[in-house]
Write a protein that binds this ligand. Sequence first.
Ligand code: G6P
Ligand code: MN
Length: 441
Amino acid sequence: MKKFNILVVGGGSTWTPGLLKSMCVRQESFPINQLTMLDTNADRQKVIGDFANVLFNEEYPDIKFQYTTDKEVAFNQELDFVFVQMRTGGFKMREQDEKIPLSLGVIGQETCGPGGFAYGMRSIKDMIELVHDVRKYNKEAWILNYTNPAAIVADALKRVFPDDNHILNICDQPENLLRSYGRLLDRDPRSFDPVYFGLNHFGWFTHLYDETGYDLLPELRDKILDGGFRPVDFEQRDKSWLETYAMVEQMVKDFPEYLPNTYLQYYLYPDKVLNKLDPDFTRSNEVMAGREKRVFTECKRVAEVGTAQDSSVVHNDAHGEFIIIVAESIAYNRGDHFVVILENNGIVENLPNDAMIEVAASLTKQGPRPYAVGEIPTFYKGLIEGQFAYEKLTVEAFLEGSYQKALQALTLNRTIVSAGKAREVLDALIEANKDYWPTLT
Ligand code: G6P
Ligand code: MN
């Protein structure tokens, strides 16, 4: 059986221990020869890297593992898959993305609204560089990308690398939702055959077939309306995520046709969500005080005691496992079903062909083979077209250095609406992002 060479970009992420655990758990189905982790932040990479050495020593002794901050070491080797999870500007800039809009009275969120805009303008540059870095030595390696905001990153990469058919942008949120449906219905989520359409963090499940072809969605909808909705791993989730999942019930009440992605709460109820957000303590603060502290403290402890056996932070979670099962399906031409991001080209008949949409696809060696969705109803089409126009203008604002397009983008975003507010938010974000963004004129 072939063993794979993997590079993880953003190895110092708080999500990495979960990813490493998933690699251990799946070493039979996805055997790794050489794993390299790269991060621009040497301190973070060292903590996670030293932890990895202990974990692998116990659970994956035949893996060859290295971590580095040196791009040459990372990219100048034969690679099969590059897993990308970078966060340009780190949690400090995420905090700005959340707090600046909130201080001006609009939604402040990592990937949605003006926060997502700001993050997108930072991510595009590094993601373009990453693709060049990978392709310098590896023409065929699959780039599986988690980097957010995935919708904007996907659109930018499609424009800059139109002929590169080995880049796949993915998001674990549809997978998280499927696993949550599985728990609610007491079924194995891997047995689901979902139909889904939308943009990343902006989509809906329209059907959820079981292995006999029976649509479970009506039953699921009733369960949500009767008993509410929780994430599959609700015991481990912070308060803000529980509130986010709980909003699904409200969305299903108002629009019962389909089951929404949790991120739609920011666009459908900006007023309500805004009232719940604390401008002095946002999700990034919750993450820094919670997951980040836990992960780094625990990884240091594991490295010190030399065993990860009793470690509390290492879960084979959806984020870690999803990217590996996606890679498995591609590597072995298995054709398993996943919700992924790809160019529309007629999948949703009444959306623009060039939109990077999120839909169910079978994943093979040739990449995603999407399932046709057909025409979607006017309400969803209207929402998606507005959001897609915002995303497209964001990418153009970056590529052309255009202030005007940035202003148009933010004015179109449903979390802002007012052009005056859009300008105010944009000017504040420009100031905060001057070390990262191109100059907008
Ligand atoms: C989900 C989304 C990701 C996002 C993450 C944020 O997994 O799919 O795109 O980055 O949530 O989670 P956090 O715990 O950092 O707020
Ligand atoms: Mn996501």
